[in-house]
Design a protein. Structure first.
Length: 101
């Protein structure tokens, strides 16, 4: 099993709320993360980007999960589309990740 703090060092859980430090999401500014005026697309993108990069770089690698970044696809002269793939080994009886122990 991989502890959440192995992927996000600032990870915290208080029993009902999961939180991360903005420092763990290096491509996200405070303005972009603001709950009232920020950009949810930017928050989602940075979470996916960081999750993929951190899982791919983890040593030891997490058991039962892989995260890859696709080759960008050009849309226009100034825009590309970036895809990410996440694969999880699931226990079919529970439809949950397999026990890593």
């Amino acid at each position: 099993m991989t502890a959440p703090t192995a992927i996000f060092p600032s990870y915290a859980f208080d029993g009902s709320v999961i939180s991360l430090s903005l420092a763990d999401l290096s491509g996200l500014t405070a303005a972009e993360a603001d709950a009232a005026t920020g950009d949810g697309r930017k928050v989602a993108f940075e979470l996916v980007r960081q999750i993929q990069a951190r899982i791919a770089a983890a040593n030891p690698a997490p058991v039962g999960v892989t995260a890859t970044k696709n080759t960008p696809t050009g849309l226009t002269a100034t825009t590309v589309r970036q895809g990410y793939n996440f694969n999880f080994d699931l226990d079919i009886s529970a439809s949950d990740v397999v026990n890593a122990s």
